[in-house]
Design a protein around this ligand. Structure first.
Ligand code: FAD
Length: 305
């Protein structure tokens, strides 16, 4: 219930203004966001690398309503990639892109053109790109853009949200050789007409999608903090003869850091999603919605404790 309220608030401009303007909010946001600037993100990336973790970096922003803003976000990615290149992170570096940040809601061709520029910048920096998945109305467009990008940049990956009824079919279509698929539970407020509701149903759907990806020929990126799903991934990897380099785990910056390091210590590739930038509101509200304890933490910080 609280999660639904927070997800509704994540789309409210009024709540965004009040929450963003509150000075103490920043302290709480810092738990989930690696700073506002590229140098701050760079520092966080180097710290994670020292701990043996790979990264996928997100320049925060979504639902851009202006072509100029979409271009500015594209340029921000290119600047970020220029900084990442000399770090020589190799396969350890990736960027995550929300197509709505680079113009998807304005014009699909504009988003494709901007995403192409980011893929070219990533290739020059020796990095890869994965497309985030946003609300269900954007899935067909995102998969169309993915197909176009993969013509020149076949390593481009995409997130698939297990909570959508359609996702088992999408996983089947994407489980081919060379395909990189990040499986997530899904973080948006979706109606029962398109998505499973409730943790048990979503978890079961996740396992069905995971089975398809692990059986397939692609590279599954298992993005979850859920221990049960991590155990099931290990069973499926054994069953399908996948060794540790044939799939990876992904988790969010600031969430279950101990688990990230333990998996990496056991020889797994663990990629941490590192968001940075000043447009953190939507991202932050989705993290609060995922876990009521985060709201208590937030309220305590607002109270100065
Ligand atoms: P849950 O059942 O939510 O959580 C399992 C356990 O993990 C919890 O018990 C708790 O211990 C811990 N945990 C989970 N979330 C939090 C939190 N916010 N704070 C503290 N502890 C927490 N969603 C999309 O819709 N589109 C995307 O493109 C997308 N990309 C993602 C990329 C990565 C790398 C990851 C890890 C997630 C991404 N998500 C995306 C979010 C995802 O959909 C889920 O909302 C989120 O991962 C929580 O689900 P869970 O699998 O961890 O399971």
């Amino acid at each position: 219930m609280l999660g639904h309220v927070l997800l509704a608030a994540s789309g409210s401009r009024l709540v965004r203004r009040s929450v963003s303007g509150f000075p103490l909010t920043r302290r709480v946001v810092d738990r989930f966001v690696a700073g506002e600037s590229v140098p701050e993100a760079r520092e966080a990336i180097l710290r994670l690398r020292e701990a043996g973790l790979s990264v996928t970096v997100d320049h925060l922003g979504e639902e851009t309503r202006d072509a100029g803003d979409a271009t500015a976000i594209t340029k921000a990615y290119l600047t970020l990639l220029e900084e990442l290149g000399p770090l020589e992170l190799g396969g350890a570096a990736e960027v995550s892109v929300k197509l709505s940040a680079v113009g998807q809601a304005l014009d699909e061709d504009l988003a494709l053109e901007n995403a192409r520029a980011i893929c070219a910048g990533a290739a020059a920096a020796g990095a890869t790109v994965t497309l985030d998945m946003e609300d269900h109305t954007t899935v067909d467009s995102t998969l169309r853009i993915l197909r176009e990008l993969r013509r020149d940049h076949p390593s481009t990956g995409v997130a698939v949200q297990a909570y959508l009824y359609r996702s088992e079919d999408d996983c089947r279509a994407l489980a081919h050789e060379g395909s990189r698929v990040r499986l997530v539970k899904g973080a948006y407020r979706e109606p029962a007409s398109v998505a499973h509701q409730g943790k048990a149903a979503v978890d079961k759907a996740y396992v069905r999608c995971l089975r398809i990806l692990m059986e397939g020929q692609g590279y599954p990126m298992v993005a979850t903090h859920d221990d049960r799903l991590i155990s099931i991934t290990e069973l499926l990897a054994d069953r399908h003869g996948r060794s540790r380099g044939d799939y990876e785990y992904q988790m969010l910056y600031g969430i279950r850091t101990d688990r990230q390091e333990a998996l990496a210590g056991a020889g797994h590739t663990v990629r941490v999603y590192v968001p940075y930038g000043d447009d953190w509101y939507g991202y932050f509200m989705r993290r609060l919605a995922e876990r009521p304890a985060n709201v208590a933490f937030f309220l305590r910080a607002l109270g100065g404790k």
